[in-house]
Design a protein around this ligand. Structure first.
Ligand code: FNR
Length: 366
């Protein structure tokens, strides 16, 4: 049997194969953060398409934590209720529904990518008439020069930090109500938790800045809060940027990621989904197929405590995904853009790698 189609058992959760839909923002909500028919069809198609895990896009734990006014949210019960039919459908297709819990930090309040990805001030609106807001930052003075000025930034106070931790905890509780099996804490791509981790964006001099211990504190506290309310039988994942890809300044790198992975394992994290970059426009990622895999491998091999890893980035071919799992380079393969091009990527992979692939097809299509 192909390794890609071997079950991955984590705690009481049985993931039917090693293929996950990587979280991908759809920017298709109204300012209420409620899922729309788009989400239902988009996520539902990929469940029909054979993904073992269907991860939602970055889902904001509070309104300020949205990248755009069109992001999905999980800061109220109505949102949780509206997500329930989606998680139910994913389950009915044999997949495991997972949610990425996110706070965009100082990269929030922007126009959508197709409208330019520009920061919006609280007194401005995007092309759809949605207003901007003041964004939360570890250190407004350290905001990197992303497109356009960043007019309204608020330096996170101790109260703000406590609120963020509560927001994550409450969002996790609601996610459970909504029927998700896996909670993934988003700490990558230059968003709030990564902004605290990286010395590029964290110039604080309090308990949340400076040393490795201090810069990782918020992420560890958030993760502990999520783990605290997430049932023992269900997995918690985190997404990390394994490195900032910045060698010309103090930044976040793979050695710190490996060190942090040990702390995360102690906190009860089951899998680290290893991405990279996003903190500063001067980053120099290598790119190409499997370009982030060495980061996942380093975490898998160098942590003292055994922890599963997910590989993501430039994975487009079933044989490529199969090799990653078969050769013990990753426990899970997350596929992003290829799942946009081919919603049935999981079924295609089964067709290419397995003899009895039709058994994997939905009964309606066999
Ligand atoms: C993304 N990505 C992303 N990552 C994440 O952690 N949360 C998110 O919400 C998003 N949103 C998003 C939207 C779109 C349209 C794309 C294309 C990407 C990154 C994504 O999950 C993945 O890590 C990268 O796309 C690299 O994987 P692929 O696309 O090379 O398989």
């Amino acid at each position: 049997m192909p390794a890609l189609f071997s079950e991955l058992a984590i705690r009481d959760c049985e993931i039917p194969n090693r293929i996950a839909v990587s979280p991908m923002c759809q920017y298709s909500c109204g300012p209420d953060g409620l899922p729309t028919e788009w989400h239902r069809v988009h996520l539902g198609s990929r469940a029909v398409g054979g993904a073992g895990i269907v991860l939602t896009e970055a889902t904001a734990v509070e309104p300020r934590g949205r990248i755009t006014a069109h992001d999905l949210g999980i800061w109220n019960d109505e949102q949780a209720e509206a997500l329930r039919p989606i998680t139910q459908f994913v389950r009915e297709q044999g997949g495991v529904p997972a949610i990425q819990l996110a706070h965009a930090g100082h990269k929030a309040s922007k126009t959508r990518p197709w409208d330019g990805n520009d920061p919006i001030a609280p007194d401005e609106t995007d092309p759809d008439g949605a207003t901007g807001w003041e964004v939360l930052s570890p250190s407004p003075d350290a905001y990197p020069p992303f497109s356009g000025d960043r007019p309204a930034m608020r330096k996170a106070t101790q109260d703000d930090i406590e609120d963020v931790i509560d927001d994550y905890r409450n969002a996790a509780e609601r996610s459970l109500e909504a029927g998700f099996e896996i909670a993934e804490v988003h700490a990558a791509h230059g968003y709030l938790l990564h902004e605290f981790l990286s010395p590029v964006t964290n110039h604080r001099e309090d308990d949340y800045g400076g040393s490795f211990e201090n810069r990782t504190r918020l992420f560890r506290e958030v993760t502990a809060a999520v783990r605290d309310v997430w049932p023992d039988g269900k997995p918690v994942f985190v997404r990390l940027s394994g490195t900032d890809w910045l060698e010309d300044r103090p930044s976040w790198d793979i050695d710190q990621s490996v060190r942090l992975a040990d702390d995360l394992a102690d906190l009860g994290v089951d899998l680290i989904d290893v991405s990279s970059g996003g903190i500063h426009p001067a980053q120099k990622p290598p790119g190409g197929p499997n370009f982030q895999v060495p980061l996942a491998e380093a975490i898998r091999e160098e942590t003292q405590t055994e922890i599963a890893v997910g590989a993501v980035g430039g994975i487009t071919e079933p044989a490529q995904a199969e090799a990653l799992v078969r050769n013990d380079r990753a426990d899970l393969v997350l596929v992003g853009r290829e799942f946009l091009r081919e919603p049935y990527f999981g079924l295609r992979a089964a067709g290419e790698l397995e003899d009895d692939a039709p058994a994997k097809w939905p009964v309606q299509y066999r």
